[in-house]
Each structure stands twice: as structure tokens, then as C-alpha cells.
Unconditional design. Sequence first.
Length: 94
Amino acid sequence: MNSKERSLLKKEASKMQPIIHIGKDGMSDNIVTQADDALKVRELVKGKIQQNSLEDVRESAEYLAEKTNSEVVITIGSTFVLYRRNPDKNKYNI
């Protein structure tokens, strides 16, 4: 993904609410499944590390990206954005 594509995805993600929430239980198979399912439908998903979690946002985002075959668009504060192109939808033309 080049910088122009990343910039477009960051702009789109700024309008979104987080749908993946990682809390005190940390990363689990359920979170990975939730992220995978969301990426199938939306292509672009936003997640958040809750205050009571001991997880690192960058490590969590990279772990989810690896497990879901997606890319980390950005991590900022306790929020991260993942993208995986869906050939059937291709909403963002990337």
C-alpha cells in the first residue's frame, strides 16, 4: 500500500467508530474471528484498546493483521485501523 492509498484509508477511517474492542482479557481467538468477519464485510475496520487492557496498540494491530491477512493502516493513541481488500466489493478501489 502506498502513501496515497494509506491517506485515503485514514480519511475514511476517521469517520468510523471502533467496532473491535480489546479489553482486560486481552487478545483472544474471539477477537481475531470478530476482526476477520468485519474485514470480510467492510474491508476497513477500526479497533480500540480499552484503558483496562495491558495490550500494546501496535503489537495488537500487527498481530490481528497477521492473523487476518490484512494490513495496518495506522495506529494512533489506543486506536488502530486495519484494511483487507475484498475482491467482490473493492469499495475503496485499492
